[in-house]
Design a protein around this ligand. Structure first.
Ligand code: NAG
Ligand code: NAG
Ligand code: NAG
Length: 380
């Protein structure tokens, strides 16, 4: 695929700076930036989201059109854990160069174990706001790292899934920090055929521009128990820093903040306890406990949904016929358990979305890169 020259420049600038972070793993959208070939230096996914329209932050804007290859998932073991690599560039993970450029830290560099702003690495002077500059952790020290989260949607239709379909199921406190990040998983039920959608989210506690991070994944729950309860419909999280008794217990959405559209959290006036503006991170201020979120289930046992994982795939070639003219030929991969009815309806969905998708994806890409402020210089 070819990029407009301006886009290439922006991408190059993004990878040169030790800017920002994403959770890299199999199954992620934009693992190869806006390309369908291997991009070991991919870094679009790390761009923070600030003052964006819904279309520009949801699934990280144009990344929504760059899903993982068919059949590739981030595996989420029910009642277990899974590991992703938090890094400023795919180059600094084991997904690139056999891990040769990776270190214990998200920037591929060496730092002291007790890295903090009172123990500064002379190679990496502090930012102008006095925070660690590399990796760009938006923090002074590990206890200042705001926390990151994974959310899951059992609606796996990328064209229809909504914010209200995503429930935060795991919080890793005091992250992002080092590259390896292991998230604990509650008793999640199996995903429908085709897996689930997942999202990684982070809202830093200041230390630079107030940003939101949101990356998408195709994921699947492995080892799910047949008795697992369905995930309840999630509500937006609620600020409860100074009154922990008022925290919202139960299924919570991920937090949307600092955007032009979609913000779902009310913040109090004044300051939070540390003296800065209220920052709605994945921590006790928003009623999130550390680890697996075990309070997210409804009382109903989840509907039996086949997990596609162990099933072999079958490739079927389908011709889409419109007003007796062949308009396109497409390959649809279905699992052995999918019914004929499913194939028909998925073919119909592809027919209706193919041309619209192509147009909207090109338009989205243009507008994304036209929005220079998306790559606004980060005030640190
Ligand atoms: C957000 O974006 C809009 C439209 O691009 C712009 O008018 C506004 O000034 C921006 N706000 C901030 C706080 O940057
Ligand atoms: C993750 O799960 C593995 C396998 O069950 C276990 O050995 C390991 O201790 C767990 N790691 C964390 C950080 O929970
Ligand atoms: C971490 O940074 C915060 C914010 O500057 C500070 O309040 C706190 O004392 C620091 N903690 C440690 C252990 O240095």
């Amino acid at each position: 695929m070819t990029f407009p020259a301006a886009a290439l420049l922006l991408l190059a600038a993004a990878s040169a700076a030790d800017a920002h972070l994403a959770a890299w793993s199999k199954g992620m959208f934009c693992k190869n930036d806006l390309s369908t070939t291997d991009q070991p230096n991919a870094a679009l996914a790390i761009q923070p989201l600030y003052n964006q329209t819904f279309a520009n932050w949801w699934f990280h804007g144009p990344c929504i059109n760059y899903p993982p290859p068919s059949g590739e998932f981030l595996n989420i073991p029910a009642n277990g854990n899974f590991t992703v690599e938090i890094a400023a560039n795919r180059a600094f993970t084991t997904l690139s160069y056999n891990g040769a450029k990776s270190s214990a830290w998200p920037d591929g560099k060496a730092h002291p174990d007790n890295y903090n702003t009172n123990n500064v690495d002379p190679m990496f002077p502090l930012t102008s706001t006095g925070c660690l500059s590399s990796p760009n952790l938006h923090a002074h020290n590990v206890s200042d790292a705001a926390g990151t989260a994974f959310a899951i949607s059992y609606n796996n239709d990328i064209t229809k899934a909504q914010v209200s379909d995503f429930t935060v199921f795991s919080v890793l406190q005091n992250t992002p920090w080092k590259r390896i990040a292991t998230y604990q998983v509650p008793n999640l039920p199996a995903c429908p055929t085709g897996g689930c959608l997942c999202a990684w989210a982070w809202i830093p506690n200041h230390c630079g521009q107030d940003n939101m991070y949101f990356n998408g994944y195709r994921c699947q729950v492995t080892g799910a128990l047949a008795s697992a309860k369905a995930v309840a419909s999630p509500s937006p999280p609620v600020w409860c820093e100074s009154d922990q008794g008022s925290c919202l217990v139960g299924a919570k959405q991920f937090t949307i903040q600092y955007q032009q559209e979609g913000n779902n959290v009310k913040l109090p006036g004044g300051f939070q306890k540390d003296g800065s503006w209220p920052s709605p991170g994945y921590n006790s201020k928003m009623g999130f406990t550390a680890g697996a979120q075990t309070d997210i289930f409804s009382n109903a046992v989840a509907a039996a949904t086949p997990n596609t994982c162990p099933n072999p795939s079958t490739t079927v070639t389908v011709q889409f016929v419109k007003t007796s003219t062949v308009t396109s030929t497409s390959t649809v991969v279905v699992t052995a358990t999918a019914s004929a009815a499913k194939v028909t309806s998925s073919a119909a969905a592809v027919t209706t979305s193919t041309s619209a998708k192509a147009t909207s994806s090109a338009a989205a890409r243009r507008s994304f890169f036209a929005r220079r402020e998306f790559y606004h210089p980060i005030m640190e």
